[in-house]
Design a protein around this ligand. Structure first.
Ligand SMILES: Nc1nc2c(ncn2[C@@H]2O[C@H](COP(=O)(O)OP(=O)(O)OP(=O)(O)O)[C@@H](O)[C@H]2O)c(=O)[nH]1
Ligand SMILES: [Mg+2]
Length: 463
């Protein structure tokens, strides 16, 4: 008899609560990263490979080994939990897998809103006594969201005056200054102390947003705030969004332009805190921080330093216990910092990537932090090619829109913060390889690099 059976007499809900208390462990896993870091692809591949593992395929060898007890697998199954009456949009796992498996295999689109997905890993207990209770479930709640929003986290701590001061200082530095000239020139003609002029403020907001978009699209920059200006989500046209950084001294005069901008900034912060960070970011106890190190490196010095600054700010929040900008009351149990898209680098050179990541993530490193080099979807294979008269390690893959595989040489990946001389090379965007076509029949898994190691680092203590 199951020792919980007598509790059935208490009624269905009491029994369910007791059963969950004994048999279920719930982990909130935050998959964080700046925009385009690879969050959506990561969640899709992770889930698909877990489902495949439960179906008997050896898709995650190190994770499989961690689930063994005296040589036997304790894994009983992996299930996607039903949506129930959840309040949040659901992560469309099936659609993302279908895109990867389609005739023209495609990457998922940019994420425009939050979405969640829960799955349960069902495990036999290790001890004989424990086994009489039946299998245990480790429930994992995953959240996907537009990466731009993450940079509103360091903003929550700032007053409008401080944020304006810091932001304008950044906009006036090259290379931002050239792309922000229109906004900065317009700002210089405005009087923040004049009575609030709604029309002018709206125009200023549009100019500021256009400047942010140019910095993102033309320079590959990432430290752009507020994140929602670049990816507004479902609530695009609300008045509290219509602000921009402005210069003024002392407290804004009531009824002035500066006062209205400050009121909007404060309302924006409240909105982000109440509807995004407090609801979703408070509860997580495990965190993956995905960093597109290679993408930043190849976009040039400004983009790289920008990403480094953003990661440093986010990591500072992670390190401080209880941490994260006053949002959290308990420390995050485990953090995995991951350099993504490592399939652009042949295996022999991936160590450098790990060292470079270590230099970037310096401020975050603590006892509970692990560093990884991974590709959620392995879209290339290692090869050798002749380049400039010498044999070099390359990767080979089919670029999006092409039919034939071709070699790609990522160049030198520095094993630490790049020296001055590194930046003399040409800057370019990382090539976008076509994802490998995965089997349309579910449960076959997705080729990857290193997801199993990440899972063990994040969940190993609870398995
Ligand atoms: N080759 C390769 N490319 C990848 C991998 N992961 C992500 N990418 C590329 O990076 C792009 C962005 O990945 P996403 O998962 O959509 O990024 P995201 O963090 O969800 O981005 P937002 O939703 O905009 O915040 C993809 O469209 C791919 O081109 C990978 O493992 N290998
Ligand atoms: Mg996404």
């Amino acid at each position: 008899m199951n020792p919980l059976d007598p509790l059935r007499a208490l009624g269905a809900s009491a029994w369910q609560a007791a059963e969950e208390w004994v048999n279920e462990e719930r982990l909130h896993l935050a998959v964080t990263g700046l925009s385009r870091a690879g969050k959506t692809v990561f969640i899709t591949s992770l889930v698909e490979n877990l489902l495949a593992l439960a179906g008997g395929r050896d898709t995650l060898p190190k994770f499989r080994a961690a689930l063994e007890h005296h040589g036997d697998s304790r894994l009983r199954g992996v299930t996607l939990l039903p949506a129930g009456a959840g309040r949040l949009p659901r992560f469309d796992h099936a659609a993302h897998v279908a895109a990867l498996a389609g005739e023209q295999a495609a990457w998922p689109a940019r994420t425009e809103d939050v979405a969640e997905l829960s799955l349960a890993i069902v495990l036999d207990r290790r001890s004989a006594i424990g086994r009489s209770l039946g299998p245990r479930r480790v429930r994992i709640d995953l959240l996907d969201y537009p990466g731009e929003w993450l940079l509103d986290l360091p903003l929550l701590d700032l007053s409008f005056a401080t944020w304006s001061h810091q932001t304008l200082a950044r906009l006036r530095q090259p290379p931002r200054a050239a792309l922000c000239a229109d906004f900065l020139g317009w700002l210089a003609t405005q009087n923040p102390e004049a009575p609030a002029d709604e029309g002018a403020l709206r125009r200023g907001h549009d100019r500021y947003r256009a400047a942010l978009e140019a910095c993102r699209d033309q320079l590959g920059l990432r430290y752009l705030q507020p994140g929602r200006f670049l990816n507004p989500g479902p609530q695009a046209a609300v008045p509290f969004m219509w602000f921009f950084p402005a210069e003024f001294t002392g407290r804004p005069i009531p009824g002035s332009n500066a006062a209205l901008l400050e009121a909007r900034f404060d309302a924006y912060k409240r909105h982000m805190r109440d509807n995004f960070f407090n609801t979703h970011f408070r509860a997580f106890d495990r965190q993956v921080l995905l960093v597109d190190v290679l993408g930043a490196l190849h976009a040039g010095r400004a983009a790289f330093e920008d990403t480094a600054a953003a990661i440093a700010d986010l990591c500072r929040g992670l390190r401080g216990a209880p941490g994260w900008f006053g949002l959290r009351t308990t420390p995050i149990a485990r953090v995995a910092v991951v350099a993504t898209k490592a399939d652009h680098v042949p295996a022999l050179r991936r160590d450098n990537l790990r060292h470079l990541l270590a230099a970037l993530a310096g401020p975050a490193q603590g006892t509970a932090t692990s560093l990884h080099v991974a590709a959620a979807v392995h879209a290339t294979r290692d090869a050798r090619a002749r380049l400039g008269g010498r044999d070099v390690e390359v990767v080979e893959g089919v670029l999006l829109g092409e039919a034939q595989a071709r070699p790609y040489f990522v160049g030198d990946v520095p094993a630490g913060m790049p020296p001055e001389s590194f930046w003399s090379g040409a800057y370019f965007a990382l090539p976008v390889f076509r994802p490998p076509r995965i089997a349309a029949s579910r449960g076959m898994g997705v080729p990857h690099i290193g997801l199993d190691e990440i899972l063990v680092a994040l969940l190993g203590d609870r398995l």
